[in-house]
Design a protein around this ligand. Structure first.
Ligand code: BGC
Length: 578
C-alpha cells in the first residue's frame, strides 16, 4: 500500500461520508478550539461538539506527563462519546522543543537553527519535538514560524530562521518533514505561521501593517509556505498583521484565493489567539479561517453567532463544509480515528540523553564567532577563567521566550546546563563566578562575560513598541560589566545571548573575542564545547549585523537588500578556528 502523502481517494470518501452525516452544530463544534481550563467543562466537549483543544500559557494540564495525558484522555473520551465520535486534536506551542513542559529538551530558537543552516539537524529537532509533544498528549504543534523578519525591532525575530528567504524555505521544509514524519499517519500535525507578513511590518511592529507590494510578498515571503505545502503541512496559522491595511484574518484574497486555491493547500487554516473577538467570527470564517483558536469565556455566544450567520446566509454553508472537510481530512491524516489516545510508553522519552545530544549539537552549530583576535579562543583548559554576569549561570535566561511560560522564565530550567557549568566541565582550574562584576578576582587569565536580553515573546519584545521594555543596545549594566574587565586589562570573551542582532559595535571593539549565541536552550554546555575548541565554530549569520542605532531610522532594519546601509557584518559572516 502506498502510504505517501497525496490526495487519497479513499480518505476523501471517508471525509465526505462523515461530513454528510453532520448537523450544523456538529460542524461548528469542529471549528471551535478551546482551552483545557477555565469555564470549559468536560460536558462542554461533548455538548458543544468541540473539535480541538489548545494548551499555551496558563494553568498546566497536570503535574507530570502522565497527568497531562490523563487530562487529555478524559477530554478525548467525551469527544468519542458524541453521536459521530469525531476525535479531538490537541495543539501546543512547542516552538523550540516541547517548551511548555518543564523537563522536555529545549532546543535553540529558530534564529540559532538559521545560523546552523543544517536542514538535517532541523529535521531531527522537529522529530524529537514531535515525540516529546506526543508524550505529553499532543498531536498538533503551532510550529514552525516561517516569518522573514525585515526589522530586528520586531519582538519575534528569534522565532524565525533568517532574513533570507532561501534559508527559511529550506529549513521550513525540513521542519515540517521532521514534525509530521514522511508517511501517514503524521507524528504530529505541524503549522506554518503566521500567514503572511508577520515579520515584514513597517518598523517591526508585532501585528502592524506591511506596505510591501503583493509582488514583494510573493517573492520574499511566500516561498516558505509553498515549501511547507509541498512537504504536506497540515495547518497554516493566520497572522495578526495587516497587508496594505487589510487584516490578514479577514483577507479572503490571500487566505482563500491564494493559499487554498492557487497553492492547493488542503489543510486547516487556524486563526491566531482569539482573533474572532478582534475581527468578528463571520469576517474571519468568510475569509477562509477553518479553526477558531481559544474560544473561551463566550463559547455559547461564539457558536450561536456562527450558527445565526449561517442560517441568515451571511456565512455560506459551503464555507462551513469546506472548513470541516479540511479538519476531518487532517484528523484522518494524523491517524486519530484509529488511534485517538496518547501513548504512555512515550513518556520515558521526554528529555532523554539522546535528545539532549542533538540539542547540544544544535547549540554548537548555531554559535557565530564574530571576532577572535590573537587566538583568544579556544580557551585553554589550564587558564584561570572567570565567568561573569547572571546570564552565565541561569538556564532560564539562556532559553528565551516560550520556555515554561509564554514570556519565558528567569528561573533555572529543570535538568538544563548553564554556560558556567559547561566551562567547569572542561577547565582544569577552579572557575570563578562573578555574578555582577563585584567579585574582583586576582590572577585571572580570561573573563567570559555573558550578556544579553531577558526573555520576551511577541509584542512584549518589540523595541520602541507598546511595551517599550527592550532596546537595540546592551543594558547599561551589561555594558559596564564588559568595561570593568577591559579596564582591568583582562582578556575578554563576550558571549551574547539574544533573540536578534543588537548594536554592540563598541563592545565588539573592546573585547578580544565575541560570540553570538542566540537563545541556546537547555544545553548550555554546547557553548563551552566550542569555546574550548572541542568542536569548531560552524554558524553563519542568519541576519546581517547592524552597526549603529541610526541604522534603524527607516521602516526596515539596516539589512535590507536595497537599504544602502552597510552592515557591520554581512549575512553569512562567521569565523572558525581553521
Ligand atoms: C501567537 C501564536 C501562538 C498562539 C497560541 C498567539 O498569540 O501569535 O504564535 O501560536 O498565540 O499560543
Amino acid at each position: 500500500m502506498d502510504k505517501k502523502i497525496k490526495t487519497n481517494t479513499l480518505l476523501e470518501q471517508k471525509v465526505d461520508s462523515l461530513l454528510a452525516q453532520m448537523t450544523l452544530d456538529e460542524k461548528i463544534g469542529q471549528m471551535t478550539q478551546v482551552r483545557h481550563f477555565d469555564d470549559i467543562t468536560l460536558e462542554d466537549i461533548k455538548a458543544k461538539y468541540i473539535g480541538s483543544v489548545i494548551h499555551t500559557q496558563g494553568p498546566l494540564p497536570g503535574n507530570d506527563a502522565t497527568e497531562w495525558q490523563d487530562k487529555f484522555i478524559d477530554m478525548q473520551e467525551q469527544a468519542l462519546d458524541t453521536r459521530l465520535g469525531i476525535p479531538l486534536l490537541f495543539g501546543v506551542d512547542a516552538v523550540h522543543g516541547q517548551n511548555t513542559y518543564e523537563g522536555a529538551t529545549i532546543f535553540p530558537h529558530n534564529i540559532g537553527l538559521g545560523a546552523s543552516r543544517n536542514a538535517d539537524l532541523v529535521e531531527k529537532i522537529a522529530t524529537i519535538t514531535a515525540i516529546e509533544s506526543k508524550a505529553t498528549g499532543f498531536n498538533w504543534v503551532f510550529s514552525p514560524c516561517v516569518a522573514i523578519p525585515f526589522n530586528e525591532k520586531w519582538g519575534r525575530v528569534y522565532e524565525a530562521f533568517s532574513e533570507i528567504t532561501e534559508i527559511t524555505t529550506e529549513l521550513t521544509k525540513a521542519s515540517v518533514r521532521g514534525h509530521q514524519g514522511l508517511t501517514e499517519p503524521f507524528t504530529v500535525m505541524a503549522t506554518a505561521k503566521h500567514f503572511i507578513g508577520d515579520g515584514a511590518t513597517d518598523f517591526g511592529v508585532e501585528g502592524g501593517n506591511t506596505t510591501l507590494s503583493l509582488e514583494e510578498v510573493q517573492q520574499r515571503l511566500l516561498p516558505p509556505y509553498q515549501a511547507a505545502i509541498e512537504a504536506g503541512v497540515g495547518s497554516v496559522m493566520a497572522s495578526f498583521n495587516k497587508l496594505d491595511g487589510i487584516s490578514m484574518h479577514a483577507h479572503k484574497a490571500m487566505i482563500t484565493d491564494l493559499l487554498k486555491e492557487s497553492l492547493h493547500f488542503d489543510g486547516i487554516v487556524v486563526s491566531d489567539w482569539k482573533a474572532y473577538s478582534r475581527f468578528g467570527e463571520t469576517e474571519i470564517i468568510n475569509a477562509g479561517i477553518d479553526v477558531v483558536m481559544a474560544v473561551d469565556g463566550d463559547l455559547g455566544m461564539f457558536q450561536e453567532g456562527v450558527r445565526n450567520a449561517v442560517l441568515n446566509g451571511v456565512i455560506p454553508q459551503s464555507r462551513i463544509d469546506d472548513a470541516v472537510r479540511r479538519i476531518l481530512r487532517q484528523k484522518f491524516r494524523v491517524g486519530l480515528f484509529d488511534n485517538p489516545f496518547p501513548d504512555k510508553k512515550l513518556i520515558k522519552k521526554i528529555g532523554i540523553k539522546k535528545h539532549r545530544e542533538v540539542a547540544r549539537q544544535a547549540v554548537r552549530e548555531s554559535l557565530v564567532l564574530l571576532k577572535n583576535d590573537n587566538d583568544t579562543l579556544p580557551l585553554r583548559k589550564a587558564s584561570k577563567i572567570v565567568v561573569v554576569g547572571e546570564f552565565g549561570d541561569n538556564t532560564g535566561l539562556q532559553s528565551g521566550g516560550w520556555t515554561v511560560n509564554w514570556q519565558g522564565t528567569t528561573e533555572n530550567y529543570k535538568d538544563a546546563t548553564s554556560i558556567l557549568e559547561g566551562i567547569r566541565k572542561f577547565s582544569t582550574q577552579e572557575v570563578i563566578y562573578d555574578h555582577d562584576g563585584s567579585a574582583n578576582p586576582d590572577n585571572v587569565d580570561v573573563a567570559v562575560i555573558v550578556v544579553g536580553e531577558t526573555p520576551y515573546a511577541e509584542f512584549f519584545g518589540d523595541i520602541g513598541g507598546e511595551m517599550n521594555k527592550y532596546q537595540l543596545t546592551l543594558s547599561d549594566a551589561h555594558q559596564k560589566l564588559i568595561g570593568h574587565y577591559v579596564e582591568k586589562g583582562i582578556k575578554v570573551v563576550v558571549v551574547l545571548i539574544s533573540g536578534r542582532p543588537l548594536v554592540v559595535t563598541k563592545q565588539i571593539e573592546q573585547s578580544n573575542a565575541f560570540v553570538a549565541a542566540w537563545l541556546p536552550g537547555s544545553e548550555g554546555d554546547g557553548i563551552a564545547e566550542a569555546l574550548f575548541g572541542e568542536y569548531d565554530f560552524k554558524g553563519k549569520l542568519p541576519h546581517s549585523w547592524p552597526k549603529s542605532e541610526a541604522d534603524y531610522n527607516g521602516k526596515y532594519g539596516p539589512n535590507f537588500w536595497d537599504s544602502g546601509i552597510k552592515p557591520l557584518y554581512p549575512i553569512g559572516y562567521g569565523l572558525n578556528y581553521k
